[in-house]
Design a protein around this ligand. Structure first.
Ligand SMILES: [Zn+2]
Length: 49
């Protein structure tokens, strides 16, 4: 079972990305460095519900 999660920019709080994760394998909160076009920079994007 893979679950769709949304990734939110840590700076502007916009939801820029969505991805899937395996709940059984990944129990921690996901965090990725991704390019935010609103901040125009690479920022930490965190999983939100
Ligand atoms: Zn941003």
């Amino acid at each position: 079972m893979r679950e769709i999660v949304t990734l939110q920019c840590g700076q502007c709080k916009r939801r820029n990305y969505s991805t899937t994760k395996n709940r059984k394998r990944t129990t921690d909160k996901l965090q990725f460095k991704k390019f935010c076009r609103f901040c125009r920079a690479h920022t930490a994007h965190k999983e939100v519900k």
